[in-house]
Write a protein that binds this ligand. Structure first.
Ligand code: 5GP
Length: 163
């Protein structure tokens, strides 16, 4: 798709952020380019419209940027999956392992119901650990996770989704 090139070239790569050795993919420069931002949302909307998706679950924080415009266009509800102690209501939590240490995602109980058809949205997949935690949260409440949508994939990294 000819739109992919413009999207890819709008993403800035920042070496050694947030620590030495990391090549950080910075999507804030994509957001500065309205055509690239719109093309990104459009590509996902074209893929998921008509697939009967009832919920878009966005992962904190950058899944909160791309998830809502997709949800509005495909007519799905938006549910934020947040870092611990941010959501005010009753939550379920899913811990996951990072390269160094652990993290956790939380979701409001009642936001997603049995039988909901879910799309998980984030900006980037590296090991897939974050997406796996999101999938687990949604499946624990009986949702069917149709697909995960990320703007950036880092194929050189071993994916936890493979095994
Ligand atoms: P994973 O769990 O797949 O190893 O890491 C993906 C998560 O880390 C995503 O939530 C993503 O936002 C964040 N992340 C890791 N590296 C980068 C990066 O270089 N750029 C951005 N924007 N996010 C990153």
């Amino acid at each position: 798709d000819p739109r992919i090139h413009g999207i890819a070239s709008s993403i800035r790569v920042v070496p050694n952020f947030p620590k030495p050795g990391i090549m950080f993919q910075d999507i804030t420069t994509l957001l500065l380019d309205p055509q690239a931002f719109k093309n990104t949302v459009d590509l996902f909307v074209e893929r998921y419209k008509g697939k009967n998706i009832s919920v878009v679950a966005g992962i904190e924080a950058r899944g909160f940027i791309f998830g809502p415009p997709i949800a509005l266009e495909i007519g799905a509800k938006f549910v934020p999956l947040r870092k611990p102690r941010k959501l005010p209501g009753e939550v379920i939590s899913e811990e996951y392992v990072l390269e160094y240490g652990r993290d956790c995602l939380e979701m409001h109980i009642g936001a997603v119901q049995q039988g909901d058809r879910a799309l998980v949205v984030d900006d980037l997949v590296a090991t897939g650990g974050t997406l796996c935690a999101a999938i687990n949260l949604l499946e624990r409440v009986g949702a069917d996770v149709v697909e995960c949508a990320c703007v950036i994939g880092l194929p050189e990294l071993k994916s936890a989704l493979d095994g």
